[in-house]
Design a protein around this ligand. Structure first.
Ligand code: ADE
Length: 242
């Protein structure tokens, strides 16, 4: 997968050298390039923002550097990338979207700062490529950089060969619309707390059932919205009893 990121703070992306993302880059599974938006400015101050039309606080990112950046990274006659613009006004980022993005050939992230990017940049880009404004949640960050780190981590771990044990993708939270059951390792007793007996029973059928029930109970308590959205066709009688 090819990924380009445009930001006025390329230094934010240093962690992408580390751990499994760093390894995916070294292996060529992920071809990631981070670009400084100011490369596409032409004045001595390398200006990227200006005051908002209509008034109000803060600054808005000017369209010209963004237009040139997108022309350079998504040339009009080449196969277009999918443009992602992190914003608290975007559609919610979910595990389902992470899977969708993991199937793309080329992602291009535009990191806004201040009050955001002039809307015409997105409107013009949408004439050439699919554009998605995406939100991490109902809170406001300083800019899109941290959101891109989160999205890239969620997407990269779904790429073939990135996770050592791909089986863990099937068991984790959100894999089937439920939260994951709690996990334990040795020792069997620690500070007076025991590992649930069933996990030490060796009975794989009962263990799978226990994990399913714990996942259902956790989801009901913590995320009733997820439980309400579950497809009843995916439930069995034992789930209903739990
Ligand atoms: N930029 C600022 N706040 C954000 C959020 N909640 N999600 C994505 N991008 C953002």
């Amino acid at each position: 997968m090819r990924v380009d990121v445009v930001s006025i703070f390329p230094e934010y992306f240093a962690p992408l050298e580390l751990s499994l993302i760093g390894r995916a880059r070294a292996a060529g599974t992920l071809r990631l390039a981070v670009h400084d938006l100011r490369t596409w400015t032409h004045d001595v101050h390398r200006t990227v923002d200006d005051t908002p039309y209509g008034g109000g606080p803060g600054m808005v990112m000017r369209p010209e550097p963004w237009g040139e950046a997108l022309d350079a990274l998504a040339p009009p006659h080449a196969s277009p990338p999918r443009l992602l613009v992190p914003s608290p006004a975007g559609v919610p980022f979910t595990q389902a979207m992470a899977h969708e993005l993991a199937a793309e050939e080329h992602l291009l992230f535009a990191c806004g700062r201040y009050e955001g990017i002039d809307q015409r940049v997105l409107d013009h880009a949408a004439t050439r490529m699919p554009v998605t404004e995406v939100s991490l949640g109902d809170y406001v960050l300083f800019g899109g950089e941290v959101a891109v780190l989160v999205i890239l981590e969620a997407v990269t771990r779904l790429l073939p060969g990135v996770l050592g044990n791909a089986g863990s993708l099937d068991e984790e939270s959100h894999a089937h619309g439920l939260l994951e059951a709690p996990v334990y390792t040795k020792p069997p007793t620690w500070r007076g707390h025991d590992v649930p007996e069933i996990l030490r029973s060796g009975d794989h059928g009962r263990i799978a059932r226990w994990r399913r029930e714990e996942g259902l109970v956790r989801t009901a308590r913590r995320r009733p919205d997820l439980l309400a959205a579950l497809d009843p066709a995916g439930l069995d009688k034992r789930d209903v009893a739990a």
